[in-house]
Write a protein that binds this ligand. Sequence first.
Ligand SMILES: *Cc1c(COP(=O)(O)O)cnc(C)c1O
Length: 413
Amino acid sequence: MTATDPRRRIPRTDHLLALVRRVQQEARDGLIAPEDVESAVLAAASARATTLRPVLNATGVVVHTNLGRAPLSDAAVAALVAASRYVDVELDLATGSRSQRGVQARAALRAACPAAEDVLVVNNGAAALVLATTALAAGREVIVSRGELVEIGAGFRLPDLIASTGARLREVGTTNRTHLRDYVDAIGPDTGCILKIHPSNFRVEGFTSEVSVAELRTAAGGLPIVADLGSGLLRPDPALSDEPDATAALDAGADLVVASGDKLLGGPQAGLLLGTTAIIERLATHPLARAVRVDKLTLAALEATLAGPPAPVPQALHADPAILQARTRRIADELGLPVAAHDGRVGGGGAPGVPLPGWAIRLPETAAAALRTGDPAVLPRVHDGACLVDLRCVPESDDHRLLAALRRAVGTQ
Ligand SMILES: *Cc1c(COP(=O)(O)O)cnc(C)c1O
């Protein structure tokens, strides 16, 4: 066949089989009725609804920004599909009258973090931060340490984001050291709030000091303290001991915590705001709240993530090392490839420098391109002149697909 031969467009057998298997699984999960399986296969085959391609994440990086951060749990996917129809997102079915949007997801979030008096969900973490600084400090000052002026990726800088709200940044301290007196000296009649940003994607080591939320509380008086945690841990995780969590920040005296839904929480893209009743009320009734309103799909997926069994992100973070090693060996042995110790990462701007010890199958570096462009697409880690395949973030149910993809990639070398 030449490159232009139209027969090249005939879908590959494994591609078609994957489609049949997916529909069968959806039927097993109760998403479609057993008698609808055939028509669902035909519908799926005729409509390639999106050009986004599913990727097996073999990098060992759990929250991989370029792969869309957190993969959703089966429960969240099912909730999302159900919510794509008409749902009671703003309706009380008992009375037939209008209800508060997303009460179900908000209740689930409050239940998961009882330290918060009230909560609000918006589109993403950046939107949550913009809403908070606009409502609390537009036209006034936001006091923030110079050690916390973070660029979060793709050139986006939190100080620029805050300045865009009309709040003025009042920088205090230095890159490596900020003291309580720096904050105290800056507090004045123009202060709107004090912002504490978790520098989630880098670490300053050596001669450093920062001021904790608890210390800030002693000096802030009635001024609101906002803690931007980034990661979205609601409670402490022993595996990530340095990672701040919403419960601890609120218990230490923060009035408001800002976090993402699709980082360590493992849910859909969302901005979580957890805080006092008074501040959440201020944010919820601000006109900007409507512009960053979250959609019903996100609310459904978030509620299911919070209420359901552990999502893929926490599962991958706490993967059993013995099982990971056994899976890695099984696939490597099938192909006669070596296995090496390999540290995974939390990723997504969380827990920088914290290794997640595991293993990787070692291939020649040139195998990486074949893996990326194969079907299924596999993203390995290219490092030290090798192509490393780490199974931490590959669901065990996909091991046979990964093996097939590796076999093809090795065969094309
Ligand atoms: C990731 C992050 C944000 C932005 O959150 P998004 O959900 O990506 O919009 C803000 N602040 C910190 C500290 C972060 O780590």
